[in-house]
Design a protein. Sequence first.
Length: 625
Amino acid sequence: MPYLILKRAGSKDKIFKLTKAVTTIGRRHTNDVFLMDESVSRDHAKIIKLKDGGYEIKDVGARHPTTVNGKIVSSHRLRERDKIGLGDSILIFKSEETPSTAQVEFLATEDMSQETLEVASLDAKKTSVFSVADLDLQSLQKDHQRLMLLYEVGKAISLHFEDSHHMMDEILSIALRTLDAERGFIALVDENTGDLTCEFVRDNTGDQEPEKLEVSRTIIHKVLRGGVSILTANALKDSQFRDIKSVREYSIRSAVCAPLLFREEVMGVVYLDNRVSAGSFSQDDLMFLTALCHQAGIALGNAWLHRQVVQENIRLGKALKPKFQFLGESEKMKKVFATIKKVAPTELTVLIQGDTGTGKELVAQAIHSLSPRRDQPFIPVNCAAMPKELIESELFGHEKGAFTHAVSTRQGKFELADGGTIFLDEIGDMSLDMQAKVLRTLEEREFQRIGGSKNINVDVRVIAATNRELGKYVESGEFREDLYYRLNVVLLKLPTLRERKEDIIPLAENFMAGRIKNISHNAEKLLLAYDWPGNVRELKNCIERAVVLGQGEVIQPEDLPMHIRKGSKIIPSPLGTIENMEEDHIVRVLRYTKWNKSDAAKILGVTRQTLDNKINKYKIKKQHI
């Protein structure tokens, strides 16, 4: 059977059987004939079996020319003992069967300068390399050990591909142990910046700290740019590296570096070296490391794809997540949730009653989002926030020129909500005149813009909200009775936060948004003892303040506003007094010293007596620390 004899300076000669219809040659490790030569292109040439049984070599567009017997060729029918030149490598074509051991010894004497000949048998799926001259039990055991290592690494990758950090650490350990290297590291390309960063480092020499490992960047970047492995038996004498400053400065002799490839993309490199002796690594070592890195590259790539999928799922989850979120396990809130589920699918008008900060708009959004109108507009209107002279234009719109500054026609909120839901918040603040116009719109499903004469028909669902007892306002004549009964088809009362104390801590933990691990027991006691006149909104502001201003990973009592620590219902000015600041500082120092007053006094720069006076003045208790 025809075969090729590979001759390269400084390497053992190899024989490759030509068992395939097309044999590929190049610097890419997936080629049938894999050449570690910078002058060889990644895909350099191919040998084709002809119909008449002969063989032809074709250049496939290599950067450097392919030669046969010293002449540049694009294609050439091969003859016995033709010498194919590719970079620094020579491939000798032999048309006869693979020689016996005796013939190998003769050929080695006649044609080759090496004492050992390796035979590489290629088929369509795999490559196996073995030594003919040194075919003994020790060699077979070594090959078997490395194959088993690759097998075990492959199994581990398939089972634990998500834990790429652990996998890379294990791969570096295997490489160092198996190839008997002094030092090594794995550097990965940052997904966002593209920079190369050292993630895993080992130095078995003990000469320096691993994080200060000094290596040649030139060798690493050659592998990074070309995507091919590099082996140098003695970098100080290697023509590629001997003039590089870092190689001479760090006295690098033996070095081997292989890329971590995933779908032809270099995701990082594995580097090993030996500064004491030359020739520490062989071509077999390089092939083992390349195979190891090939599996590691798959692990990295799969882990990256997994992260992308997880991130995309999170993004889609956020995009599809409703714009409202209810938290609460109290019985009163469970009744609210049950009512929302019942009324949402209907067309009934809903009146929501609740104190400021209880989440009236959130409930309105929930009803809309669970209704058949969910894909149509949800238009909120705060009746208390608009001047009386503008609310009619805001609700019903106006025609161009209807009044001063009406420079164009404008649609009102009712018109914008057509097909969807309009939410009239704080409707109890609306004037009686506007109440009459809203009532007409609700009953007749039509209105006119200010300055207009055309009736505009609309199909809207109305949800109203108030923090007042509208029934009492009806009795006093401040709210129209007919509008009240038109709105109060379904009354949904929201409990205050002090009526649902069991929901305070779950709500607080939700407002931390994962930025703080937990809330201390003493801080929880203060949160539960406070009456929360501002309800959920006040709690949200309190927790967000504690997250920003607090120290450490646990919210402590001193991180909470002063009025909550004192149990006051009065919300102070956002700017604290000097006394508040002094009390906060004393509490923090006492907590730091674990109530050791002497140490606290030293830190504060005051006498022990002065500190005691301050503690008594501010009524600071040890159980609050």
